[in-house]
Write a protein that binds this ligand. Structure first.
Ligand SMILES: Nc1ncnc2c1ncn2[C@@H]1O[C@H](COP(=O)(O)OP(=O)(O)O)[C@@H](O)[C@H]1O
Ligand SMILES: N[C@@H](CCC(=O)OP(=O)(O)O)C(=O)O
Length: 388
């Protein structure tokens, strides 16, 4: 850690919302559960379950999102380091997930706690029917007094539908489970203004909103190389939940007990917006966009100030290759992204509609084309503070 690193004094206050959280999601990264060589480190896992066991005994509900399946599978498969190709990662996870759960079962047994494994893919959290299903499963596991342990279903996740890192998975689980707080545990004790081992990097104690991150150098994974997303995905996850009413703390696994007790350790992300609907949260933070539509000034004002739907009359051009229903970016004439939304028309259809009124479209192309290009319920503003 940099000798020059200092604690941000504004972060020194007690975090009541974390300490009092009735239901909390704790996410632990691969780097906090593995040895330097990449195998599962049972001592670290036991230390974590001690913290979780005590927190449960104190009356809090805990959902654990645990990485480590791929790392745990390396040694038994004779692999020296994390494989790069998807098929080998799937195989390693298939072997390692069982070992991971066996280790948790042993460790939690000391607290008479039974773990309940929940393996999810991105689709399970994005599609409403599956989302409800995942929500029910986690709720029931909690109601029955077990400890839900969530991971991505790596053995079957394909490149297209994969989260790849568990930070954003943890953020969505916190949202879906109506958690009161999210704690992200890693091998670094906080977010720093630059690489933590670089002299001059400063510890960031509190983040009030995305603009606090503007001047920071937030990088990828550390030297151990067992993790995936690095600091960037953790910060994305924390910003995402804070933007939907859930405060977050980012710190190291050895500081987990202090973080859960509301002590001023790590980096605290203050809530920036009340709870949002899941689909809009997904659209705002996670959805992969397939193209963009550019709109004129009048449409920009209508979207930003009046919260209207986007009509073809204000669309000047589009780019990319998208089908009806796909997420797209909405850009203004300065080429700034001001919103994201689900287009009702494909990139082949839209050029026929540019700058046309609903009336003209009905006459020229038929009634199917009278629809708005993007309905306001399928649209989130990304640039204005507190956007829908
Ligand atoms: N600005 C920063 N502040 C803190 N850590 C950073 C920063 N930039 C990059 N990192 C790196 O991110 C790493 C944590 O990410 P990762 O290895 O994916 O962890 P995990 O396995 O816990 O998810 C740290 O070890 C650290 O080296
Ligand atoms: N689902 C993967 C976790 C992906 C991963 O490495 O995430 P992380 O260590 O949290 O950055 C696994 O269990 O190996």
């Amino acid at each position: 850690m940099s000798a020059a690193a200092q604690v941000d004094s504004s972060a020194g206050s007690f975090r009541d919302d974390i300490a009092r959280a009735r239901r909390i999601v704790v996410k632990v990264g691969s780097s906090s559960l593995t040895t330097i060589d990449g195998g599962l480190d049972e001592a670290k896992l036991i230390a974590l379950t001690d913290v979780i066991g005590s927190h449960r005994s104190a009356g809090h509900e805990v959902i654990l999102v645990s990485s480590g399946a791929i790392a745990a599978g390396l040694e038994p498969m004779g692999l020296k380091k994390r494989p790069r190709d998807l098929a080998s990662q799937q195989a390693a996870a298939g072997v390692g997930q069982g070992l991971l759960m066996a280790a948790y079962t042993r460790a939690l047994g000391r607290y008479d706690l039974v773990p309940g494994q929940v393996l999810l893919t991105a689709d399970d959290l994005i599609r409403r029917t599956q989302y409800k299903n995942a929500q029910r499963a986690i709720d029931k596991l909690l109601a029955l007094g077990t400890l839900p342990i969530v991971n991505e279903n790596d053995a079957v996740a394909t490149e297209e539908i994969r989260f790849g890192d568990n930070d954003r998975l943890a953020a969505l689980v916190a949202h879906l489970a109506h958690a009161d707080a999210l704690v992200l545990l890693s091998d670094v004790d906080a977010l720093y203004s630059g690489p933590p081992d670089q002299p001059g990097s400063r510890l960031i104690g509190r983040v009030h909103g995305p603009s606090d991150l503007d001047d920071l150098a937030i990088g990828g994974v550390g030297t151990a190389g067992t993790g995936t997303g690095g600091m960037a995905t953790k910060v994305d996850a924390a910003i995402m939940v804070a933007d939907s009413g859930i405060p977050a703390v980012l710190t190291s696994a050895p500081q987990a007990a202090s973080a859960l007790a509301g002590q001023p350790v790590g980096t605290y992300f203050a809530v920036t917006h009340r709870r949002r609907g899941t689909r809009l949260l997904w659209l705002r933070h996670l959805a992969r966009t397939f193209g963009s539509v550019t709109i004129d000034r009048g449409a920009e004002t209508a979207l930003l100030s009046r919260g209207t739907s986007l009509l073809a009359a204000g669309v000047t051009s589009c780019s990319g290759d998208f089908e009806a229903g796909d997420p797209v970016e909405i850009r203004n004439l300065d080429d700034e992204v001001i919103a994201r939304g689900m287009s009702n028309f494909s990139s082949d259809e839209l050029p026929l509609m540019f700058r046309s009124t609903t009336e003209e479209l009905g006459t020229r192309l038929g009634n199917d084309y009278r629809k708005e290009v993007i309905h306001r319920n399928d649209l989130v503003l990304t640039q204005v503070s507190g956007g829908r």
